[in-house]
Design a protein around this ligand. Structure first.
Ligand code: HEC
Length: 171
């Protein structure tokens, strides 16, 4: 897939930005794709994960502010999420949504990340954060993953805020 900045993959019909046709196609794949994201164990490069209904519900229920604590504990030692943030041990996470994986200048990604062929959206991030090595075999991020759906939902809801155009929560 090609490089696109801040394209809103999860938008609803009319409010999608950027290359609307492509986004529509992708949204369609997200909605009508295989239904059991959790049971798939393929690397990100080989399939497009989707969100389960229960996870979407969790995303709607959690308070995005509550993810700050999780972020500070689990991610902030390596990642900066602020608009004017810089790279640390990991790339900065401002404008993560819509970013092609492994594409920021000035950060030395693994080949695995650069070649994963994915653009970060909620489903891809959820899949990655559940088990980073499974999602991107060979990734250099020294963090295994987060088993609990609720913690991932809090973190993702929190991170969505750090985007020029925060995507709406999936319906
Ligand atoms: C020990 C340091 C470390 C921790 C802790 C860590 N990361 Fe990372 N992260 C990295 C590195 C290094 C990379 C680059 C991975 C690669 O190139 O394979 C990365 C890459 C990423 C990417 C891909 C970004 C891009 O530009 O494509 C995302 C998303 C991400 N991390 C999110 C998180 C989140 C969310 C947390 C907390 C739950 C976290 N990371 C915890 C070091 C870390």
């Amino acid at each position: 897939m090609e490089d696109r900045k801040a394209v809103n993959l999860m938008g609803r019909g009319g409010v999608m930005q950027g290359k609307a046709g492509l986004s529509l196609l992708i949204s369609g794949m997200l909605v009508f794709g295989p239904t059991v994201a959790e049971e798939r164990t393929d690397p990100l490069a080989q399939y497009r994960p989707i969100l389960s209904e229960s996870f979407k519900q969790l995303l709607r229920e959690v308070d995005p502010a509550s993810g700050e604590r999780d972020f500070m504990r689990k991610c902030s030692s390596c990642h900066d999420q602020q608009r004017d943030g810089g790279h640390g041990k990991g790339p900065y996470l401002w404008n993560l949504m819509g970013r092609r994986a492994g594409s920021l200048p000035g950060f030395e990604y693994s080949d695995a990340m650069r070649n994963s062929g994915h653009t970060w959206d909620i489903a891809a991030l959820n899949y990655y954060l559940a088990d980073t090595e499974q999602a991107v075999p060979g990734r250099i991020m020294n963090f295994r993953g987060i088993r609990r759906d609720k913690v991932r939902a809090r973190l993702i809801a929190y991170l969505l805020q750090f985007n020029d155009a925060p995507p709406p929560l999936p319906e």
